[in-house]
Every structure is written in structure tokens, then in C-alpha cells.
Design a protein around this ligand. Structure first.
Ligand code: ASP
Length: 308
């Protein structure tokens, strides 16, 4: 039995601030990404291929803060982070602070499959990308007016904020996917532009294995979205896996403990998508909303944004 869940960021997402057209566009983006991943799982493909395909789709969608549509940092540039992990062999790949790479998740996968390393950063990672024939884009490709206006509003302050902000609402928009394939293997992938007006060189939780991304066939696969600094401190993704492995908690109880209690206590706003070895899906968040979608073999796909 296969299962797939994706997210497009969590945060303050108010129904009354969202126009019907925007809501339709966000939903369509999620549905297309879920379908891209599900098509692979349906045909007996691997969870790793499914999460990669779903994340590529979201990276290419300008509404989400990853790849095209990524937020601007404090000097008006895009610095992208991504990671993925395979639960069957604990192989992982990650990149951080890369620029002009069209699909950072593909570069993270290349690091995992074509290098001896787990994580590569900045210029070195870009050099490696060119050697691997990874696609690059011009700066204009990543520029969206929406993100630019967000940045203009706070660029002269020391503030940095979670993206997707509408008016004064704070939202986040990293993208991610977790899957269980028909063979029972789990995988997780996460990709982000980080937070609007972040300091140059700042890296959040998304490319950090164990913080923003984790997968282990013995427990679960997790992809996070939220205030990265707090997610790093709480080692969110690995903590959930550990609660299952060492304490015998169910995925649901482990998620609840970490997202609704541990993170809340330290002010860590956000959420995650998770799947366990039996294909059970959880999508908890402690913010007012999270763009999310899920599907399990034989079930209808569900796309959701708000609480409840
Ligand atoms: N977790 C991401 C970061 O801190 C941001 C997000 O999820 O929106 O870079």
C-alpha cells in the first residue's frame, strides 16, 4: 500500500485574507504536486522518486517558497536550501545557500547519489551542480513580484519573516513531501527559499537532516515547515523518529508531543507532514494553517489549507 503527503508551508493563513482565485491556485499547485508523486507510486515506483517528483512540481510553482518564487534575503537575492533522505538505507543528500539552481532538490539528490558527502554549501555546491549538468536559471526566473513586495516592506529593518505573508499575516512556504512506496520504503524531501529578509548565509532547518527532514524505514518519514531556528533547536524530524523508536510511541502521539507541546513551549511556529512504515499519515501544525495534501492507495486525494 502506498501513501504520500506533501506540504507547501505553514503559518497564519486566514480565510478572509485569501481571494477565491488565490485559493484555487494554491489548491491546484498542491494537487498537481500530489499527482506527480502519486503517478510514480501507483506504477510501483520508489518513495524517493515520488518525493523528488512532488517537490520538483512545487519548486516550479511560483506560489510556493522554493525554487521559482523563493523569498528574497536581506540583500535582495535568493539563497536556496534542500534535502532528501531515503529510509531504507539512511542515505541522505542536502544543499544550502545555493543560487540560481532551478531545482535544488535535484542537486540534493545528486549530492546523495553522486558524491561521498551528505551536504554541500554555496559556491562549492554550485560548482558541483555544473559538473553534474544540473539546470541553472537566470535571476529573473526566481523573481516574483509578490515576494519582492514582501521584501521591500521589511528590507530596511532587522526583521526577518516567514514567507507567504499577506498584509500583516505571517506565513511560511517551504515545500516538502513524504512517501511510503509499495515495497514499504519511506522517503522524505524538503526545499525552501528560507525566510524573507534572512541574513545572507543564514541556513534554516530544511536542509538539515534530522531537523527539517528525516526518513527511516523502521519508524517514519518527516518533512517540516516553520521557523527554522526553532526547528533546528528542537531537532524536530529526528525527535519524532526517536520517540517512536525508543519510546514506542505511535506516529500520531510522537507528532503531537513534538509539534503541539515541545515546539509550542519554545515558540516554534510551524508544522510537518509525516508517514509511518504502515502508511499512516499525520499532518500536524501549531499555526493557523498549513498548505497540505495527502493520498493513500485506494483513497481520494485530500487538499487542505486551514485548520479543521
Ligand atoms: N523552515 C524554513 C526555514 O526556516 C522556512 C519555512 O518553512 O517556511 O528556512
Amino acid at each position: 500500500m502506498y501513501a504520500l503527503a506533501i506540504h507547501g508551508g505553514a503559518g497564519t493563513i486566514d480565510r478572509d485574507k485569501m481571494s477565491p482565485d488565490m485559493e484555487v491556485a494554491y489548491r491546484e499547485g498542491l494537487a498537481a504536486a500530489l499527482k506527480a508523486g502519486e503517478d510514480i507510486l501507483k506504477n510501483g515506483g520508489s518513495s524517493l522518486d515520488a518525493v523528488t517528483a512532488a517537490v520538483i512540481e512545487l519548486e516550479n510553482c511560483p506560489l510556493y517558497n522554493a525554487g521559482r518564487g523563493a523569498v528574497f534575503n536581506s540583500v535582495g537575492e535568493h539563497e536556496l536550501d534542500a534535502s532528501l533522505m531515503s529510509g531504507s538505507d539512511l542515505k541522505a543528500g542536502a544543499v544550502c545557500g545555493v543560487q540560481l539552481v532551478k531545482n535544488p532538490i535535484l542537486l540534493a539528490r545528486c549530492v546523495m547519489e553522486q558524491s561521498e558527502h551528505v551536504m554541500m554549501a554555496g559556491k562549492g555546491a554550485e560548482k558541483f551542480a555544473r559538473l553534474q549538468h544540473i539546470e541553472f536559471e537566470k535571476p529573473e526566473y526566481f523573481h516574483t513580484d509578490f515576494r519582492y513586495q514582501q521584501w521591500l516592506a521589511i528590507r530596511d529593518t532587522d526583521e526577518f519573516q516567514l514567507d507567504h505573508t499577506l498584509a500583516s499575516n505571517r506565513k511560511m512556504g517551504t515545500v516538502g513531501a513524504v512517501a511510503r512506496d509499495k515495497d514499504g520504503h519511506l522517503a522524505a524531501a524538503t526545499s525552501t527559499g528560507g525566510m524573507t529578509n534572512k541574513k545572507f548565509g543564514r541556513v534554516g532547518d530544511s536542509p538539515i537532516i534530522g531537523a527539517g527532514t528525516y526518513a527511516n524505514d523502521a519508524t517514519c518519514a518527516i518533512s517540516c515547515t516553520g521557523h527554522g531556528e526553532l526547528f533546528i533547536k528542537a531537532v524536530v524530524a529526528y525527535d519524532i523518529s526517536c520517540l517512536m523508536e525508543y519510546k514506542g510511541l505511535t506516529l500520531q502521539k510522537a507528532c503531537e508531543q513534538v509539534v503541539m507541546d515541545k515546539l509550542v513551549k519554545i515558540g516554534g511556529e510551524g508544522g510537518l507532514v509525516a508517514v509511518d512504515k504502515n502508511g499512516h499519515i499525520e499532518m500536524p501544525f501549531n499555526s493557523s494553517g498549513m498548505y497540505r495534501a495527502k493520498v493513500r492507495e485506494g483513497e481520494e486525494m485530500r487538499v487542505e489549507i486551514y485548520k479543521g
